[in-house]
Structures are given as structure tokens and as C-alpha cells.
Design a binder for this molecule. Structure first.
Ligand code: XMP
Length: 513
């Protein structure tokens, strides 16, 4: 997208925030990892470069360096933290290592008017967020000092002629006062076109998909989750009936889920090609006697690929396979720090047999989750589908601890419906990232009526999170917890005890298996 911001990722945990904040300000931004070839991305005509922070020290052996193409491009540059030090050193300045580094809030004093800080407000200061171990000791020639803190004589510097601006702190984090104005000021100074909106994304994505697909046939595995649903609707808008969606009912979905999702989609998009394949019995068969969580995932994944492959084969020659991969998945897999351990192992389409030769299309690969919801809204996806909680591919099978059978699934569906229904009634559905019930392989003693009971135990899990990488247990109101407990005990046969899971992730995970 010409005129966009190209962010070079040196491994900071905040790099994604730079892209999100830029887009929210109306400046489209893309991230590439440091060290990746730059010629291609530069040929797409970015309007400015942003060099992110990073955990390394510029002077240490093996630290990522400054690709000469960055300065040769002549583009306006914003260097943040590591990016500032990298520019400082490469352009002829001098760095020094601090004994203790500086982490957390600091008071920033701008010393002149700049496009980033605006008009200097007397002796006014801004609270900014620092995280660094090195500092620029002597600025390269052409640079002027633009801000300092009490401990840091050079907290920001600019080469106004070349439009190269450097900040030792992080303007992208929430805790930096005026951080968004700094990014906006940089983009304005760079002369970048603003006004990027989700509607522009939708329009461009539709045109791009049409160009790629031509008159080919596209296959998409629909799970009922937000990502695959929005991908389906976007593709449908682009290529209409050339898109074929396959929804496999693996019998491990929530109560009524398959019908709800398919009916909501059919009524909103009547001419969407939607194949619903009921394969519940065969999944249960594949799971019989399996209690190890990874063995469950493998059995489900294998069966899914078989069923999906059968449906694909019925469609004749398929040219493209579409997936709802999101940006965080893409970045995690390419980041210079990118521990492959972080990549989610979705079973959905990974590992399809070679006999199904498709070209992959991933129309959401540049979007974040919240942006996908915005896009879905733009495309007319029903709200009820957009705000569904994430649901794991292996479904309820990993919420029944131990072997899975249809009796256990029935109990769990009842408990699960109570949890979600009550959460929705309390108006907390959107505040909670994910909430569900887990059926434990434990019996406990109770009294029901006048008799002794020896019943099953259900655990409730409700977490808050922004990306599922970390999560905390949701502080649900005690009255709500009380209602959940009494309804589950009264309405789910054979259950006489309810627990609330108060474990954060890490060290626990969101799912129990
Ligand atoms: P954990 O349990 O690892 O879950 O904290 C993080 C997020 O991923 C979902 N999850 C899965 N999704 N296949 C999926 O498609 C899986 O095997 C799987 N396991 C966990 C989980 O629901 C949560 O949103």
C-alpha cells in the first residue's frame, strides 16, 4: 500500500503496538523483521520508516544492525529506543552503556518546538515510559537535542532536514503521555497520507482477492469463530459463489452451535455456498478411550483433515484454500525473536494431504483481532457472530478431562450453556475473553434432599486477556458465581459440586488440557 509506514522490528514486545496505534490514527502500517531483505518492501513505496525498540544492546556482538538501505532510502525515519541508538551509532554519534538502565516512567522535558512534541509548553513536562540499557552520549552531526529527562541528557533528538526523529522512550505504549500525538506529528511531518479506514481496507482487499482468484474456485474451512467467519464474508463479497465454505460438525461443539452459526450466516448472506457436514459420530469413534490431551488433539486433527478432504474432493478442482490467519500469527512466525514455540498449532487446515494442491490465501493476514471485528462489522457480519468467545478447534473434547463420550458431552453442554447464558444476562460477555465449564473426572460426596449423593464436579473458567498469551481469572461478581453454582447443581444431572478456577496464565493455561 503506497504511502504506508514500514516498521522494522528489532524485537521489542511493543512493536505490534506501533502498527496498531498508527492504523488507529489513520496511517496504514506494516511490520517486517529486522534482517529481512528490504529491497522488496521499499519498492512498494512506503512514506516513512519506523525503527522499533529491541532487547539487544547495539554494541553487543550479534546485535541486529542498520541495513544501509534504510538511510539510502532518504525516507523520514522514526527511531524508537533501540532504533534511536542504532541510528545514533550508524550516523556517527557515540553510545554508552548504563550501569543499571532505566525502566518505567520518567518525566520528559521537551527543549524546543518539534513536529513530535508540538509547541513547547514553558517548562511543562510529559510522563513517558522508558525501557533501555544504553544511551546516546554524543549526537551524530546534523541532529539537535529535542528533549531530556532528569537522568538522561539526550532523551530525544531530531535531524529536521532529513526528517529523522529519535525517541529514547516508547511513544506507542499507553503509559506515555501524548504518545499518539508524537506518532501523528511524525507522520504529518513525513507528509504521509492519512485517512486509512477499515472501509478502505475492505475495498482494497476485495479488489486484491478478485485479481488473485480470477475465475478460480476457493475453499474455506468455517469453524464458526470470528476469524474464519469474517474471512468467509470478505471472500464472499469478492468472489461470490466461487467461494465454497465447509463447516464440519465434529460433535464437539457447544449446544446448538452448528445450527446457530449456519443459520445466522445463511440469513445474513443467502447466496453464500455453505456446506455443513455432520461427522459427529466418526469423531466420537476416533476419540473412544483416548484421555491424553495431545492424543485427543491428534485424533481430532486427523479426522478433520479426512472429512474436510472428502468434502473438498466433491467440489472437483479447487484452486485456492482460504484461511483466517491473523497478523499476530504472521508476525510471531517471522519476528527476529520469534520463538516458534509461540505459534499456535491450529489443527484446522494445517497438514492437508498433498493430493489437494491449493494456493493459500489469507485475506486477514495484516489485521489484528479488534480490526477483524471492525472489518466484520463493516461487512455486515451479525454482531452475535462477531462477539463470540474464542473456542478451541478440539472443542469440548479438551474440556472433558479424561475420555470423551456422548454422555459427558451432554452434561458439559448443559453446564456450558448456563455459564454463557448467565454471563450474557449479567452484561459481562464482552468484558470476559473466554468463559466455559470443564467436566472433571472426580466424584465428590454431597447431600441432596435427604440422601447422600456421590456426584460429578464441574469447574468454571472465566478469564480476561488481550491476546490469550497471558490471562487472568475474571473477578466475576459473587452473586453471579452463586447463581452459576446453584443452576449447574440443580439443572445438570449428576453434578453436585462447582469450583471456580482462579489460576492466572502463566503458569496455568486457559484450557485445562
Ligand atoms: P491455552 O489453553 O493455551 O489457550 O492458554 C490459549 C487460547 O487458545 C485456545 N486453544 C486452542 N485453539 N486449537 C485451537 O484452535 C487448540 O488445540 C487449542 N488449545 C487452546 C484456547 O481456547 C485459548 O483461547
Amino acid at each position: 500500500m503506497p504511502g504506508h509506514a514500514l516498521i522494522i522490528d528489532y524485537g521489542s514486545q511493543f512493536t505490534q503496538l506501533i502498527a496498531r496505534k498508527s492504523r488507529a490514527l489513520g496511517y496504514y502500517a506494516e511490520i517486517i523483521p529486522a534482517g529481512a531483505p528490504l529491497a522488496g518492501p521499499l519498492s512498494q513505496g512506503p512514506g516513512a520508516l519506523v525503527l522499533s525498540g529491541g532487547p539487544a544492546s547495539v554494541e553487543e556482538p550479534g546485535a541486529p544492525g542498520l541495513d544501509p538501505l534504510i538511510l539510502e532510502s532518504g525516507l523520514p525515519i522514526l527511531g524508537i529506543c533501540y532504533g534511536m541508538q542504532l541510528l545514533g551509532k550508524a550516523m556517527g554519534g557515540r553510545l554508552s552503556r548504563e550501569a543499571h538502565g532505566e525502566y518505567g516512567p520518567a518525566e520528559l522535558f521537551p527543549v524546543m518546538d518539534t513536529p513530535l512534541f508540538g509547541k513547547k509548553d514553558g517548562d511543562g513536562s510529559l510522563r513517558v515510559w522508558m525501557s533501555h540499557g544504553d544511551r546516546v552520549e554524543a549526537m551524530p552531526s546534523g541532529f539537535e537535542l529535542t528533549a531530556r529527562t532528569r537522568d538522561l541528557p539526550c532523551a530525544a533528538m531530531s535531524d529536521f532536514k532529513r526528517k529523522i526523529h529519535c525517541l529514547q522512550f516508547h511513544p506507542e505504549v499507553h503509559h506515555t503521555e501524548g504518545g499518539e500525538l508524537m506518532l501523528k506529528g511524525f507522520y504529518e511531518d513525513a507528509g504521509m497520507p492519512s485517512g486509512w479506514r477499515m472501509s478502505s481496507f475492505a475495498k482494497e482487499a476485495v479488489e486484491g482477492i478478485r485479481k488473485t482468484v480470477g475465475d478460480g474456485k476457493v475453499l474455506l474451512g468455517l469453524s464458526g469463530g470470528v476469524d474464519s467467519t469474517v474471512a468467509a464474508v470478505l471472500l464472499h463479497r469478492a468472489v461470490g459463489r466461487q467461494l465454497h465454505c465447509v463447516f464440519v460438525d465434529n460433535g464437539l461443539l457447544r449446544g446448538g452451535e452448528c445450527l446457530e452459526v449456519s443459520e445466522a450466516l445463511r440469513s445474513a448472506f443467502p447466496d453464500l455456498n455453505l456446506i455443513v457436514r455432520d461427522a459427529a459420530d466418526s469423531f466420537l469413534e476416533a476419540l473412544r478411550g483416548v484421555s491424553d490431551p495431545e492424543a485427543k488433539r491428534k485424533a481430532i486433527g486427523k479426522r478433520f483433515i479426512e472429512v474436510f478432504g472428502e468434502e473438498a474432493a466433491k467440489l472437483g478442482k479447487v484452486d485456492f484454500l482460504a484461511q483466517g490467519t491473523l497478523y499476530p500469527d504472521v508476525i510471531e512466525s517471522v519476528s527476529p525473536q520469534g520463538p516458534s514455540a509461540l505459534i499456535k498449532s491450529h489443527h484446522n487446515v494445517g497438514g492437508l494431504p498433498d493430493s489437494l494442491p491449493f494456493t493459500l490465501i489469507e485475506p486477514l493476514r495484516y489485521l489484528f483481532k479488534d480490526e477483524v471485528r471492525k472489518l466484520g462489522s463493516e461487512l455486515g457480519v451479525p454482531e452475535a457472530l462477531l462477539w463470540r468467545h474464542p473456542f478451541p478447534g478440539p472443542g469440548l473434547a479438551i474440556r472433558i478431562i479424561g475420555p470423551v463420550d456422548s454422555f459427558g458431552l451432554g452434561l458439559l453442554r448443559k453446564a456450558d450453556a448456563i455459564v454463557l447464558g448467565e454471563l450474557e444476562a449479567a452484561g459481562l460477555q464482552r468484558e470476559v475473553w473466554q468463559a466455559f465449564a470443564v467436566l472433571l473426572p472426580v466424584h465428590s460426596v454431597g447431600v441432596m434432599g435427604d440422601g447422600r449423593s456421590y456426584g460429578r464436579v464441574v469447574a468454571i473458567r472465566a478469564v480476561t486477556s488481550v491476546d490469550a498469551m497471558t490471562a487472568d481469572w475474571a473477578r466475576l461478581p459473587p452473586e453471579l458465581l452463586g447463581r452459576l453454582s446453584s443452576r449447574i447443581i440443580n439443572e445438570v444431572p449428576g453434578v453436585n459440586r462447582v469450583l471456580y478456577d482462579i489460576s492466572p496464565k502463566p503458569p496455568s493455561t486457559i484450557e485445562w488440557e
